[in-house]
Design a protein around this ligand. Sequence first.
Ligand code: ATP
Ligand code: MG
Ligand code: MG
Length: 555
Amino acid sequence: TKPVPADFIRAIITEDLAAGKHDEVVTRFPPEPNGYLHIGHAKSICLNFGLAREFTPARCHLRFDDTNPSKEEHEYVEAIKEDVRWLGFDWQEHLYFASDYFEQLYEYAEQLIKDGKAYVCELSAEEIRASRGTLTEPGTNSPHRERPREESLELFRRMRAGEFPDGAKVLRAKIDMASGNLNLRDPVLYRIMHRAHHRTGEQWCIYPMYDFTHPISDALEGVTHSLCTLEFADHRPLYDWILDNLPVPCRPRQIEFARLNLAYTVVSKRKLLQLVNEGFVQGWNDPRMPTLSGIRRRGYPPEAIRDFCRRIGLAKKDSLVDVGLLEHCVREQLNETAPRVMGVLEPLKVVITNYPEGQTEELTGQNHPQKPEFGTRPLPFSREIYIERRDFMEEPVKKFFRLAPGREVRLRYAYFIKCEEVVKDEAGEVVELRCTYDPATLGGNAPDGRKVKGTIHWVAAAQAVRAEVRLYDRLFTVESPEKAAADGADFKDFVNPDSLVALENCLLEPALAEAQPDQPYQFERQGYFCLDAKDSTPERPVFNRTATLRDTWSR
Ligand code: ATP
Ligand code: MG
Ligand code: MG
């Protein structure tokens, strides 16, 4: 494995260990199970689980931050676990749910009330927002702020008992309505929500807020370094306030880093959910989605995602990462691992008129010309074959060195063929080429020394595997759909209408009948492909183009 570059978080941890602050490094990856993980989460997973590998002793917890039953589902919990494993990480026995702490969280909330540090407030959500003030104006105290502790305690217990409807009351921390940090202006800690939870069922009708739950969950688990994205920097004083005011077993430290933003896509579960629900894509695992399940189905190897996360590094300032870098990592990985095969995406029939009818011979293809250890495979060859339509031009332009009337070209791993006749249908479209082959050219060279400039791929007609091949392009037409949507437009207005092109009648060499979804292939001259895990059937395989061969990323 390649070394991880030094960064400010690793520096802090190294320092903390040197100062003897901890015996063990403990991190956590804390997804909310309200959607599928995306490439942004991969950055956080690689960081948190990566640290647990680099430092010893160390561990990383997988904790589901499941405190909002209105958006969370069990389906997401399972999908998230699968994605983390796929990326190559393992939480071992350290699987946690914030909902397992509901009782403890409740007791801590009562403790704050008894200590005069929290109160039950009866303002509506709008009234609370309005009385919170602004950056330049202090907020105004709630009329319930000074109510006796006993009264708050009783009301809080009745909230738990289900005596009040949704929104009737909240529990708020009593901090400072004039604080320069809006998060400290008596933030809401609990709200009433009569809603079944995917794990605790009907047991609760009040639920703790993220800002209350998170520091306590970290502390209960012995987390030493709680790493989150920059938008939580403003919440850190509240994180610390909660820990300072409760008898928690340890004192985690929150550190923020820049979130990953990727060009030409969106990395927000909420927005990705809209794309799914409104039918812009076929599901969370649509191969165009930046979700881990989408890129897995598309054929991106987990090694490439880890390499990508290592290369983007960690910063304290948000930026937009070029998708070219991600694609570069994918190609670099697949170039090493993908066997080479031949697949014709837009077939044109070729009849080799001087090849004996009814005869088939077995030629040999190399599975990876640069790596002999990949071995070879048989390639049937006979009188009827298919070539790529774009490898023929009736009136060749300058620098076109492939097939044209009267011209000769090399068939990969086979013979030279020469185009003798062009057959057209009534509409004038070329439907077949009649060619001759030179039996002396097997192996790629002519004994008389004549040269051909082009080598093209092909498949034998009788043995070809008929397949659908899906070509993907960027999901959005603009670098930053969010920015483009800033002035009144909707980010979905920028969905690329041509992000999927399905070619229905592709012909692939027979070896691809055995393809499995997790096996990448390079279709020579075309790109990297994999069998689609969802829509393929034995009768009708579907292949996804993972990436083209050309690399547009440079630096
Ligand atoms: P989203 O806005 O997509 O719902 P989120 O931050 O609300 O993302 P969580 O499930 O709460 O999603 O995230 C789990 C962890 O992943 C958090 O620690 C969060 O900071 C981190 N994370 C989420 N998105 C990114 C991103 N784009 N880059 C880096 N880390 C991220
Ligand atoms: Mg979140
Ligand atoms: Mg979110």
